[in-house]
Design a protein around this ligand. Structure first.
Ligand SMILES: *Cc1c(COP(=O)(O)O)cnc(C)c1O
Length: 405
């Protein structure tokens, strides 16, 4: 079956509009993706027909809301091939997921141990570990990056050693699009008995992930990068790891018994879900997952790869255009600078022509520092982008560059 991008676009009404009199070309998908009608309808259906708090009520609406939310937990489990639904925790996003683990590990990690990340991480997979290291005296290390934006594995045996408590890294870089060598890093980490975490912010929309094939301890997804609502994430953890971790936040829903003196905690997954969950978000995310699976993640990835190759090739014809991050193995992100222009100015002039890109550091200042630049402009592709849009993007970029030189 051929990939019908026009049919897909019809599911995203927001795309059909003009910005400054020009057709919108939305290329800021690595920041957040647009939402299909199915997601908007699922949220609307919840508020129109069965809004209620979950898990507490005996009444019918509460039961319906609970069932809808728990059905999504099972869909997520199946999507990433986790062993059981109790290992699927709903969080506020990747940032919240990683803080949950880093906070909990504060009780387990000691001075003399180390945490390993890579040089191509999002701030949300850097700062929580720095905070953990400040609290515990553990050391923060990283696997370095080469000039292509690829993680370098030489020396991995010295960096990940028998004192490594955790190895945490992203599958795909949001700033460069680099696909990291997950298997090789996990293999080394598992050999020394370190815990492992993969940040799947950019895997969710672009790649198939099987957490049991990876045998990874923790994996995290962000709904809003996967065509779902904002403010929602998934934290997968192996049961024995989640049981070993103390809870991050205390409150309702996460307890078994409470007296004024002390409490006992609920079992998984509720131990990590204090307070009323993001019920509408979870239900909307269920619809997003279903839609991704209908289109097919492999088909999406193949379409985006074609777009990335086309855009890279076309834009390289522009004088002074430089790709930042030209890893051999890349997904869906074209980060670039154009000599003699500032990324911010390019972003403004592209917007005036209807083209939405992100400019700046992309929450990855260490990557920008390593390339000795203050930032890039970034075009990032999703299932609904087209070659015609890349032609519009290229023409708009050429015009912007001419105006700025
Ligand atoms: C977007 C992103 C995050 C942060 O995710 P939130 O769910 O918005 O907190 C972390 N890592 C990467 C690689 C990202 O792209």
């Amino acid at each position: 079956m051929s990939y019908d991008v026009q049919a897909i676009r019809q599911q995203f009404p927001i795309l059909n509009q003009k910005i400054h009199g020009r057709p919108l070309v939305y290329l800021d998908n690595a920041a957040t993706a647009q939402k299909p009608i199915a997601v908007i309808d699922a949220i609307s259906d919840y508020y129109l027909n069965y809004n209620a708090n979950v898990h507490r009520g005996v009444h019918t609406l509460s039961q319906r809301a609970t069932d809808a939310m728990e059905a999504v937990r099972e869909d997520v489990r199946a999507h990433i091939n986790a062993a059981e639904t109790a290992e699927i925790i709903f969080t506020r996003g990747i940032t919240d997921s990683i803080n949950t683990i880093a906070f909990g590990m504060g009780a387990l990690v000691k001075k003399g141990q180390n945490i390993v990340i890579t040089a191509v991480e999002h701030h949300s997979n850097i700062v929580p570990w720095q905070m953990l290291c400040q609290r515990t005296g553990a050391e923060l290390r990283h696997l370095p990056m080469n000039e292509h934006g690829e993680v370098v594995l030489d020396g991995i045996e010295e960096i990940i050693d028998e004192h490594t408590a955790m190895v945490a890294f992203n599958h795909i870089s949001n700033a460069l699009g680099t696909i990291n060598p997950v298997d090789a890093i996990l293999e080394r980490a598992q050999k020394v008995g370190a815990w492992t975490l993969v940040d799947g912010a950019q895997s969710g929309p672009h790649a198939k992930v099987d957490v049991r094939a990876w045998n990874v301890d923790f994996f995290t997804l962000s709904s809003h990068k996967m065509y779902g609502p904002t403010g929602l994430g998934v934290l997968y953890g192996k049961r024995e790891r989640l049981e070993a971790l103390p809870p991050y936040q205390g409150g309702g829903e996460m307890i078994a018994t409470v007296t004024l003196e002390e409490s006992t905690y609920a079992g998984l997954p509720h131990k990590f879900e204090a307070g009323t969950p993001h019920i509408e978000g979870i239900i909307g995310f269920g619809a997003a997952l279903k839609y991704i699976n209908e289109v097919g993640i492999e088909a999406i990835a193949a379409h985006e790869k074609e777009l990335l190759e086309y855009a890279t090739q076309e834009c390289s014809e522009i004088e002074g255009f430089r790709v930042i991050g030209d890893a051999k193995n890349k997904a869906s992100v074209l980060s670039f600078v154009v000599d003699g222009t500032h990324p911010y100015d390019l972003g403004v002039l592209l917007d005036q022509q209807g083209v939405a890109v992100r400019t700046g550091q992309h929450c990855t200042q260490p990557i920008m520092d390593a390339f000795c630049i203050d930032g890039t402009a970034r075009a990032s592709f999703a299932m609904y982008n087209t070659k015609e849009e890349i032609d519009l993007f290229k023409a708009a970029l050429e015009k912007a560059v001419t105006m700025l030189r």
